[in-house]
Write a protein that binds this ligand. Sequence first.
Ligand SMILES: Nc1nc2c(ncn2[C@@H]2O[C@H](COP(=O)(O)OP(=O)(O)OP(=O)(O)O)[C@@H](O)[C@H]2O)c(=O)[nH]1
Ligand SMILES: [Mg+2]
Ligand SMILES: [Zn+2]
Length: 378
Amino acid sequence: MRIMSSSACGAPRDFGFSDHFSAAFASLAGEGEEAARVVEERRGSYRVLRAGSGGSPVEEEARVSGSFRRGADSAAEMPAVGDWVLLRASAPGASGPAMIEAVLPRRSAFVRKAPGDTAHDKVEAQVVAANVDTAFIVTAAGRDWNPRRVERYIALAAAAGVRPLLVLTKADLAEDPAALLAEAALVAGEAAIALVCAPEGMGLGELSSALAPGETVVLLGSSGAGKSTLLNALAGRELAATAAVREDDERGRHTTTHRQLYRLPSGALVIDTPGMRELQLWADEGAVGSAFPEIEELAERCRFRDCRHEDEPGCAVLAALEGGRLDSSRYESWRKLVKEAAFLRTREDYAARDAERRKWKSIEKSMKPFKNRDSRGG
Ligand SMILES: Nc1nc2c(ncn2[C@@H]2O[C@H](COP(=O)(O)OP(=O)(O)OP(=O)(O)O)[C@@H](O)[C@H]2O)c(=O)[nH]1
Ligand SMILES: [Mg+2]
Ligand SMILES: [Zn+2]
């Protein structure tokens, strides 16, 4: 096992290689394996960044090794942008990509339900970004504004163990910025809110607390919300392509097509992502609850500890709702998301059990030849 010297650590540190990962690396890395961070992913092919010989960062192509692929039980275990991985360089003189042998334990993972998955018996998690400190929930003033979608993102962030920050873009298009901010405050829960106009550099200072050197931020939001424009404004140069939204409905054109991690001159790391077409919840009821702190606070005063806030006597949530102290659309939204999370949990249990069953089946199968030989007494 090789422990990285502090000089070799220079480049990984610049990419968020904190003590957490350095400890994991020290205990897990095998001979000839280096730590590298996944900076780009396109359909099973990765680009990773590692420390070069002189300590300067080297970016290269990588693939997962055969043994890694065979050992992975689900899509969520595959490397994702932001992951720290154990990398084995291609043999000296040999061409071909380096091999990813393992993913270091994640500190956080932004997970969503894989899109287009309507089968009743299968639910797959997809890791959108790993080892993220803050999620910028990017939403534009105008027709992109959708408080219900923001609540979903905030629940997802809570489930990921990631701090959410609501970024309202296109401030110049807001008819009534004060009203927009007030509406945002209603759904932001404990998340901070920033109103920005990236092309003019307005409001960017409010994001600086999340952009300290070595901190990782992921940009999430629908296509055309202005994620890549924000990235470029923060970087001070054009790192990612942007394109005008459609005139008729203000929707984006899915300009960004893959997830990629960039390093800002300030030393912060920003993951730009493609706009999501559908945002399905991958959160438990606890994470949903934390997106609705006002309901959680009221719930403490319900008569029954396991109150569902539906029709129970002495329910403080229902009382606040009737008294107009709790916004009814917030209550409805909370109910909907809790139901969704509960439904997903039953599906998830099923999927987990099914995966386990299949695993044992294949182990049994591979043991059969030996068993048969035994029974023949050979
Ligand atoms: N008026 C105005 N336009 C903006 C602002 N920010 C971004 N835009 C424009 O919005 C359009 C879409 O911006 P992008 O940055 O490409 O959006 P995106 O979120 O990256 O979209 P995808 O990559 O498709 O997910 C571009 O034409 C930007 O110039 C803003 O603050 N004000
Ligand atoms: Mg983009
Ligand atoms: Zn109650």
